[in-house]
Write a protein that binds this ligand. Sequence first.
Ligand code: NAD
Length: 696
Amino acid sequence: MSDYVTVAHDGGIAIITLDNPPVNALSHHLRQPLFAAIEAARDDDAVQGLVIACAGRTFVSGADISEFGTDRAMASPSLPQLCALLETLRKPTVAAIHGTALGGGLELALSCHYRVADKGARVGLPEVKLGILPGAGGTVRLPRVAGPEKAVKMIVSGSPVGAAEALSSGIVDEIAESELTAAAVAFARRKVAEGGPHLPVRERNGKLEAARADPAAFEAAVKQATAKTRGLEAPLACAQAVRNAVELSFDDALARERELFVQLVSGVQSRAQRHLFFAEREAAKVAGVGKDVAARPVKKVGIIGAGTMGGGIAMAFANGGFPVTVLEANEEALDRGFATIEKNYAISVERGSLSPEDKAARLSRFSRTTDYADLADADLIIEAVFEEMSVKKDVFGKLDKVAKAGAILATNTSYLDVNEIASFTSRPQDVVGLHFFSPANVMKLLEIVRGDKTAPDVLATVLGVARKIAKVPVVVGVCHGFVGNRMLGARGDDLEPLLLEGASPEQIDKVFTGFGFPMGPFAMWDLAGLDIGWRTRKALGKTAVIADALCEEGRFGQKTGKGMYLYESGSRTPRPDPQVARLIEDKARELGIERRAISDQEIVERTLYPMVNEGARILEEGIAARPSDIDIVWVNGYGFPVGKGGPMFWADIEGLKTIVERLDHWRAKTGKAVFEPAASLRRLAETGGSFSARPA
Ligand code: NAD
C-alpha cells in the first residue's frame, strides 16, 4: 500500500488501483509499490485473480516523460520488469481500462492476460510522436493480439483506436456494460471459474503465423504505414520492430526492441520531438494570464470575409462545433465563399475522411449575411478582409457599433499593426490578432497577437478557443510580420542574390527539401502566387530582380501554369524551366555579376542562419516569450522539420558559434544588414550558451 497504489479484495479477486494524478503516468514512485503489490497478489494463495484499475479520469496514459534521459527512467523496477513480472502470473490478470491506455499504459495492459474496457476508452502506442518506439514490449505484444498488419499501422502512426475497434481487432476482450471495475472483477471471476491455463500474450502466436505464411501482405502494410515519414527514423524503427516480432522469437524481438529504443531515445530527432512536446505546453503559459484569469464564454462566432482565409477559419470553427455567421461585402462574394466551403467538405467526403452526415452537420452550423447587425450576438468576431489598413478601419469601426459589450474583436492580418487596428474601436482591450495559416482549416498554428491594450481575459479566452478548434496557439507581440512571417522574410532576403550568383531555383529548393521542409521557397512562391509579393512590393516602392521580371511576363506561379517553374496542365509538380534559367543568367550579366558554383552549405548559411538571427532579435524585443515558442511557430505553421525541433533548437545543434562566425563572414562579404548578428546571439555564442539553456 502507498499513496499511489492501493489494493482491495473482492472475494478471491485482488483489485490493484493506481492513483498518480493527473494521468497515472508510470513514474518510478508508482512502479515500485505496483511491483510489490503484484508480487504480493502472486504469493497470496487467497488471491485467485487480479484486476489492475486506475483512479481519476483515465487509465495509465503513458510513461513519465519527465524521467526520459534520467536515471529514474530505467530504475528498478523498470516498466519492462513490471511487464515481465505480470506475465509470470498463473492466476488470470485483467486490466480495467477507462479514459486512455496509451504508450506504457497499453504495454502494461498487454502484459495482463485480459483487458476489459469502458466503452469510451481509447488505446494506442503514440511513442513515435516523441521520436521513439514503445520500449516495454508494445511492438512485440500488440501484433500478437491485433495481428501484425493492424499493429504496424497503429504503432507507426501513433494514433489510438476506440474501444469498439480495440474489441474487434482483439486488443481488448470485453467492453464493460456496467461499472468498469465491477465488470473487470466479474470477468476475472469467470476466468477463474473456467480454469487455466491462462495464456500470456507472449505465448499467443496465431496471428503471427498468418503473417509468416503471407509476408507480402505484411510488407504491403508496412509500406503503406511508412509512406510519409519525411526523414524521421522512429516510424521506420517502429515498423522494423513489428517485423522482428513476426520473424524472431518473443525474447529476441523484445531484446531488439530495447536496442532500437535506446538508439532512438539518445538521438537528436527524439530529443527534438520531446522538446516540441514540452514546448507546446510551455507556450500555454503567458505572462499576466494566470489560472486566476477567467475566460469569457464563447458560444457564437462571426467571421468577416469569405475569401481564402475567412472560409478556412469559418470551417475550423464549424468543425470545432461552433455556430458561425459569415459576413461578406455582397451576395456574390458570399456565394463564392460558400461554394468553396462546400467543395472542400465534398472533397473530404470523397476521400473518406468525413462522413456525409458529418458534412451536413458542419454545414448546418453556418449562417450567411451582409448585415453587420447579424453579428450583434457573436462572442468572438474574426476579420479576414483585404490586407489594407483603410479596409480594416472601416470594418472595425462598424464592428465597434454593433458588437455586444465584451465581444472579442480579432484581426487575421498578416503584417498590419494590431495596435492601430485596435485604435479604430472604443474598446482596444477587446481587440487581439488571431493569425491563422493557409489553409486555415488544416494548418495547426495560431499566432495570437497581443496588442498593447489586449486584456488578459481576452488572451485566456482565445487560448482556450484555439484548443477547442484543434489549433496550436502561441502568443506573440506586435511587429511587422509577427514571429513567423518576420523570420520568413529574413530567410528569403538573400534568395535572389543566390540565384544571380549561380544557384538555380531547383538547387535551392532541393537544399530545403533535403533539410526536411515539405517544399522549398520557390515552389512556395509559385503555390502562394508571385503576384501577391509583386503587389506588396509595388505598394512599398520596392523591387525584386527576378520575381518582378517573371510577374511582368504574367508568370504568377501555379495559377498561371508557370512561375519560377513550369506546371503541366492540372499538375502541381514543378518542372525546371530553361526560360527561367536564361532569365536569371541575363539579369546576372546585366548587373555585372559573375556566376559561380554555389555549395549547398552556402545556401543554408545565407537563408537559415539569418532566420535564426531574426529569431534572436525577436526574443530580444520580447515579441516571442521564449525560444521554444518560435520553434512551435515554425514547426506548426511553416513546415520546419519536426525531427530538427524548430529553428532555435536546430541552431543549438548547429552551434551558435559557427552560426555567428558565418553570419559575420556573409555580413562582411555582402554588406547586408540581415547578416549582422543580433547582440544576444553573439553574446550566447561567446559565452558558450544556447537557446535551450536560456531560462524560460
Ligand atoms: P482574400 O482576398 O482571399 O479574401 C478577402 C475577402 O474579404 C474577400 O472575399 C472580400 O470579398 C472580402 N472583403 C473585402 N472587404 C470586405 C469588407 N469591407 N467587408 C466584408 N468583406 C470584405 O484574402 P485572404 O487571403 O483571405 O486574406 C484575408 C486576410 O487574411 C488578410 O488580412 C491577409 O493578410 C490575411 N492572411 C492571409 C493569409 C494567406 O495565406 N492568404 C494567411 C494569413 C493571413
